[in-house]
Write a protein that binds this ligand. Structure first.
Ligand code: SF4
Length: 247
């Protein structure tokens, strides 16, 4: 049985809907980390590379916080911490606060990978318990051509986290024409350039793993390598030094 509040948040405190738990990953934040992919996402991007995580969770996917902690305890000698990805992790604030509080007593760091459109008021307490965020910036004004949302609060949320020094990485997946790529690069770069430890990961969209129904509408919008170099140069010109380009 799912317990939703009226704004879509899930009021679970003793269990988390887990799509998959990867004992070791080194692409979800610095160092070797355990990655937990939660089930359920609130914005449904056309280019989602984990489309199986979008649907609401089923009862069989719920794992108790105790059982997750017991599993992580086995990996503890080999990891710096955990990253909760998805799906959208911030939909489960109470469960994550409980999980992160316990993990901090085990000296493990706790990261969240977010789509950036969370309700800030509903998320503030979770942010206090989170060490770092990996933060997607999908668009400034064209998100409804990429995702099932009209929300535009992502940059406000990014500003809030940057002020708290809680951002490790900003990520953008690039498409041509159906997203405002140059505007995104400008908005992100102006914000993160003063934070030299924040990395900007610029990812060229690819079609592997994308839901087959969306591939025809995305096919003609994949940027060239030259386009990606241009986006990188634009960010560098605005003072960003820590850039990873993924073709
Ligand atoms: S926010 Fe992430 S998990 Fe959710 S639909 Fe978009 S790409 Fe997929």
């Amino acid at each position: 049985m799912q317990t939703y509040s009226t704004d879509g948040y899930v009021m679970l405190s003793d269990a988390l809907p887990v799509h998959k738990l990867l004992p070791f990953a080194n692409v979800d934040g610095i160092g070797n980390r355990t990655s937990i992919f939660v089930q359920g996402c609130d914005i449904r991007c056309r280019y989602c590379h984990n489309p199986e995580t979008i649907m609401p969770y089923t009862h069989s996917q719920l794992r108790s916080i105790t059982s997750i902690l017991e599993e992580i305890e086995q990996y503890r000698p080999y990891i710096r911490g955990i990253t909760v990805s998805g799906g959208e992790a911030t939909l489960y604030p109470q469960a994550l606060i409980r999980l992160f509080s316990a993990l901090h007593t085990m000296n493990l760091t706790c990261y969240i990978d977010t789509n950036g459109f969370f309700n800030l008021e509903r998320t503030k307490e979770l942010i206090e318990h989170t060490d770092k965020f990996l933060f997607d910036v999908k668009s400034l004004n064209m998100q409804n051509s990429l995702c099932a949302t009209d929300r535009k609060n992502n940059m406000e949320n990014l500003d809030y986290l940057l002020k708290l020094n809680k951002v490790e990485e900003v990520r953008t997946v690039f498409l041509k024409d159906i997203m405002d790529a140059e505007s995104v690069v400008a908005a992100v770069s102006q914000r993160i350039a003063p934070h030299t430890d924040v990395q900007y990961k610029m990812i060229r969209c690819h079609l592997r793993g994308i839901s087959s129904e969306y591939i025809p509408s995305l096919k003609g919008h994949i940027p060239s390598k030259a386009d990606m170099q241009n986006y990188k140069q634009q960010a560098e010109a605005l003072g960003v030094k820590n850039i990873i380009l993924i073709y």
